[in-house]
Design a protein around this ligand. Structure first.
Ligand code: CMC
Length: 452
């Protein structure tokens, strides 16, 4: 960027609240660029978060904002999830994650995210009934699996199969039709456990197990994962409860990378299945959902070497090593991730209940203790995130490592769909299309091959 003009834009937020005005009034920020001055509204959310609405900036001044990684950019107003990263607060539709984790179930949380309120018993029974009766996938979808290599990562398989659902339900793809949206949302919530479990069964060469609709959501998934036609899988209650808890904790996290991807794809009026398939792709990366797999691989590596958490933490501080302490740090949380707090204690209870001795848990707790006292991590406000302990629970309940991120996707599905729906109902809806500052060559003439 050297040598390029860096003018100064003066941003002044004059926040005035005339007496008697409503609490959530818009205040004003004034921008100054050279001689030009522009006033822009400041939007205040229900928890007091403020954002300058710059939607008229380019039209009025010709400049745009530049914000790599969108760390300062609000892409929408949303009433689904609230996070206070400084205080370590997470709430779905106003309900603290700690309460939902303790008192609710994943399907109830899914309803809450999708429809905004906790359901009454009748409404919930109807919802559950509908989800339970769409769990099977079309028999011919099994050929989609068979067309893929057995060694394929299940995230790639799930993205492909979810995308393929659009070919089975062409009559329900219209984002503007509430009946079609409801049908697609319920179908996908119902079928995703089947799709996910089949991706595992296919990879190990076992027959696909049909869903059993009398089972609850988590137990049904476990049945499809671990039963075979020759043997029933007795589902330990601790295991299905642990899985349900993990799904609740992953159900939404406002405008993260995969949710923003789902919104972006959906903003072109692309269908739900295509949008979610793209979200699965975004979640797969190791800086996002793929971190849960990366954490276990990191812990296994440490155990395999000398088990020294101290030596490993030192490596993660050395930028040249290219190694990060996986499961640590978060774009939004500058405090302990509240989900990690719940999972740390759940991890110990699940392991105790199942009688599992886990050397990796010991290493993880050691890593955490060292990192939380280390100046490098303290000064950067890097704390354990949701992925730090989740993998240990998945492992204890028998989930293979390459399925960890698929389970993250299973949990995040209601959040993705709630955002997709919300975006289409937003009066400010627009196709997502960021701008850029071009820094490539200026105009030049084509040079024939022989002269290059
Ligand atoms: N280990 C070592 N150093 C780290 C780590 C880490 N895990 N995370 C951040 N840093 C350092 C980073 O090198 C940088 O240092 P400096 O200021 O000296 O350049 C500083 O902390 C800020 O990091 P950043 O990469 O600018 O922060 P970000 O907000 O862009 O990235 C993150 C957030 C989650 C990608 C990052 O913390 C990370 O890579 N963590 C490890 C991967 C991980 O656990 N991901 C799961 C995230 S939570 C669940 C989810 O979203 O899916």
């Amino acid at each position: 960027m050297e040598g390029r003009n860096r003018d100064r834009l003066r941003l002044q937020c004059d926040l005035f609240s005339p007496e008697g005005e409503e609490e959530f009034m818009s205040d004003v920020a004034s921008f100054q660029l050279g001689d030009q001055q522009l006033e822009m509204p400041v939007v205040t959310g229900s928890e007091g978060e403020r954002g300058v609405d710059i939607s008229r900036l380019r039209a009025e001044t010709g400049v745009i904002t530049l914000d790599p990684g969108y760390a300062n950019t609000g892409s929408c107003q949303s009433d689904i999830t609230f996070i206070d990263g400084e205080k370590g607060i997470l709430r779905y539709r106003g309900y603290p994650i700690e309460e939902l984790a303790q008192k609710s179930t994943f399907l109830e949380v899914a309803y809450l995210l999708l429809y905004g309120e906790l359901p009454t018993q009748d409404v919930f029974d109807e919802f559950k009934d509908e989800i339970c009766h769409h769990t099977m996938i079309h028999e011919s979808i099994k050929w989609v699996y068979r067309g893929l290599p057995k060694a394929a990562h299940p995230m790639a398989v799930c993205a492909a199969v979810v995308g393929a659902l659009a070919t089975y339900y062409p009559e329900d793809l219209e984002p503007g039709d509430s009946g079609q949206v409801r049908m697609s949302v319920h179908r996908l919530l119902a079928k995703f456990p089947t799709i996910a479990a089949y991706s595992y069964k296919y990879s190990i060469g076992q027959p696909f197990m049909y869903p059993v609709n009398r089972l609850d959501y988590a137990s049904n998934f476990l049945h499809m994962m671990f039963a075979t036609p020759c043997e029933e899988y007795e589902i330990p209650q601790e295991v299905s409860q642990a899985l349900d808890l993990l799904l609740i904790l992953h159900a939404d996290h406002e405008q993260n990378c995969s949710t923003s991807t789902v919104r972006m794809v959906g903003s072109s009026l692309s269908n739900l299945f295509a949008s979610i398939s793209a979200g699965i792709g975004a979640l797969w990366g190791s800086l996002h959902g793929g971190a849960n797999q990366a954490v276990i691989e990191m812990l296994e590596q440490i155990a395999l070497e000398d088990g020294s958490a101290e030596a490993f933490v030192s490596k993660t501080k050395d930028k040249k090593s290219g190694i990060r302490l996986m499961g640590f740090g978060h774009r939004v949380y500058r405090n302990y991730d509240p989900r990690a707090k719940i999972l740390k204690s759940a991890c110990s209870s699940v392991l105790d209940a199942l009688g599992v001795q886990e050397r990796l848990l010991e290493i993880a707790m050691n890593l955490e203790e060292i990192a939380l006292k280390d100046e490098y991590f303290v000064s950067r406000k890097l704390y354990p995130n949701v992925d730090f302990y989740s993998g240990l629970i998945y492992r204890a309940i028998g989930i293979p490592v390459n399925m960890f991120t698929v389970l993250f996707a299973l949990g995040r599905l209601p959040g993705w769909m709630a955002h997709w729906k919300e975006m289409h109902q937003d009066p400010a809806f627009k196709i997502g299309r960021p701008r850029q500052i071009y820094v490539g060559p200026e105009e030049r003439s084509y040079v024939p091959m022989e002269n290059r």
